[in-house]
Write a protein that binds this ligand. Sequence first.
Ligand code: AMP
Length: 414
Amino acid sequence: MGFSTTGLNPQLIAAVTEQGYTEPTPIQAATIPAILEGQDIMAGAQTGTGKTAAFALPILQQLSQNSDDSQNPERPIRALILTPTRELAQQVHKSFVSYGQNSSLQSALVYGGASINSQIIALSQGVDILVATPGRLIDLIGRGAADLSQIQHLVFDEADRMLDMGFMDEIRRILKPIPAQRQTLLFSATFAQAIFDLSKTLLNEPTLIEVDARNTTATQVEQMVYAVDADRKRELLSWLIGSKNWKQVLVFTRTKQGADQLASEMCKDGLKTQSIHGDKSQGARERALEAFREGEIRVLVATDVAARGLDIDQLSYVVNFELPYNAEDYIHRIGRTGRAGGSGLAISLLSPPENYLLEEIETILDTRLPQQWLPGYEPDPTKEHRPARNSTPGAQKRRARDRAIGKKPARRRR
Ligand code: AMP
């Protein structure tokens, strides 16, 4: 049916055609007309579904229709997009720049870990669209460099992750100067009670759009679970990558130290590997990502936070070296593969103490993920296992209770 049925103007259709998009993805087909009508939206969509264009395109259209404002020499910020991480912010900003290439709209990007002065200068020159991470935006508001009093469109991208990362206080502070009369769009890969609670305070009679059933994984992703002892996981992983000749493998670990250690061991196994996590400088993360995109490194080991917003086309393989403590992270992780129609394989390496984490994932997916054994790597039944952190019966009970009352998990260090 093409993009013409979405109500987008020819300029924007030309811009998406230039990107090689011929058809709107399901989330785009559902949200673009509703956003153009001015509705508030609460959309369930994972990264990889085309959700960025789903909000960027109709916002660009609405802003350019209001041409009086773009002629305003003061150029107030009229659209604010909040993202949990700088990588996602960069990705979203890039999309606004490329989709908006045929318009005179200006967009800016602000995030922590980079010079605040150049961001202040960029803002002082007048921008229509601001893409920001919460902490840095608050700094800029505090310095009087970001005026949010003229916001017409407010987007929360990956809202579940923002709550998970403990940004609720920042969100409250950012909301204060923003007019109540505005369009608000909330995108979230998963919907837990906390998201519904947040939506009540933010959105005005929102239209709920869900293209995938709630809390499901992308259907085109094949999921496999290999049971293996923890101390043999690396050996198994290197063997899988080497023997199956996998290129571009994204591997998740729970901790920064774990990511570094695994990356250095995989290099010793002869696989070009780098790690990205919150302790690495922005430049180092970007260089690693670029090398991964270009195929110069074969394996990228990442923590959950560092991986948010990574957009690597046609990523075929995602490996959970360890299962995440937060079952919803599993959905985010494997959402990196099988993007925008491509197929993908998500492998989880499961050591016996992690069984309870698999059960939690199966509960939110409402599906079973059968465990398999690879010949030569079967878990040793005589082995003593240290229980995984938080796996004591008391801790499990506490977490079950917190989930039942909708309390968000404690902020974790990664
Ligand atoms: P997102 O979910 O926004 O991270 O987008 C995932 C990927 O899908 C990005 O690489 C986009 O460039 C791509 N994409 C977005 N919309 C379309 C479309 N209509 N057709 C094909 N690819 C798309």
